[in-house]
Design a protein. Structure first.
Length: 79
């Protein structure tokens, strides 16, 4: 059975529209802080995943015999 989702208004809720300018500014600041913390958490998660991937690749390369000297010679071959 299909239930239609209630339509959401693109306009701010009535409580926000009826709030004073100072209250609206406080709400805007709170929303900005929440959004920033969400972005920071997602960025930290992405960094952790990247570090994990890099650690796995490093471990695999070492297990296959890649040494610092071999890696350096690979980088210097392009010169």
């Amino acid at each position: 059975m299909y239930y239609a989702q209630p339509k959401r208004s693109i306009f701010p809720p009535k409580a926000y529209r009826n709030a004073s300018e100072e209250e609206q500014e406080q709400l805007q600041l709170k929303i900005a802080v929440i959004m920033q913390s969400q972005l920071t958490a997602k960025r930290q998660e992405a960094i952790a995943r990247l570090r994990n991937t890099m650690d796995k690749a490093s471990q695999e390369a070492q297990e296959r015999g890649l040494t610092s000297e071999i890696l350096e010679s690979i980088f210097n071959d392009d010169e």
